[in-house]
Design a protein around this ligand. Structure first.
Ligand code: FMN
Length: 185
């Protein structure tokens, strides 16, 4: 198929890479509470060492918490908890206890002091490896020191998208998930 073209919107150029998984990132506060932020700007960076990056605006409460604790967890979330995902992306932990308000359940990580969210299906435990102040965001690079996954979500190592429906962010207040169609070669 050939797509007919027009000039895109520079203000929302990043929308053209969407949908991206709406991941929940958990970070500990100094008082040993957990804050959650929703992120769509995140990516794998390296296999050896295993590195994962998240782009966080300096104004976010989570930005300060990651700088302080130097640890965070990427929690991959499914579409069935969309209300909670949207809530964590539209409220700040500065004035809201998002764990209490959403009712999300926490569990201790294995290799870091942060906690992961039980309602999510895969988790990357990250220690801060590098921090790059770039443009209007900070790119926090995490070394993945442990992974935790749902027992049934990844038979053969790959996501079974009949069992788990990841939550994807399309832009503005719109989210989607993937269909059961899968093609292999
Ligand atoms: C779907 C979605 C994706 C988001 N992605 C990011 C992101 O990648 N980086 C970022 O800094 N903020 C992102 N945000 C905004 C933060 O989640 C939001 O400002 C949040 O309230 C910050 O919480 P905090 O102050 O507790 O850290 C996103 C919001 C939504 C709804």
């Amino acid at each position: 198929m050939i797509y007919m073209k027009k000039t895109g919107n520079m203000n929302k150029f990043y929308y053209y890479s969407f949908p991206m998984q709406a991941a929940l990132v958990t970070v500990q506060t100094k008082n040993n509470k957990t804050n959650v932020i929703t992120v769509a700007w995140h990516t794998t960076i390296s296999k050896k060492p295993p590195l994962y990056g998240i782009s966080i605006a300096p104004g976010r409460y989570s930005h300060k918490l990651i700088e302080e604790s130097k640890e965070f967890v990427i929690n991959f979330s499914s579409f069935d908890i969309l209300d909670k995902i949207h809530f964590c992306g539209t409220h700040s932990g500065r004035n809201t206890d998002k764990i209490k308000e959403t009712g999300l359940s926490l569990e201790n990580c294995k290799k870091i002091d942060a906690k992961y969210i039980m309602e999510c299906f895969a988790h990357l435990e990250c220690k801060l490896y590098d921090k790059i102040n770039i443009g209007d965001h900070t790119f926090f690079v995490g070394e993945v020191v442990n992974t935790i996954i749902d027992e049934e979500a990844f038979p053969d190592g790959m996501l079974d998208n009949k069992k788990v429906k990841p939550c994807y962010y399309v832009g503005d207040k719109v989210y989607t998930t993937i269909s059961e169609e899968k093609r292999g070669f």
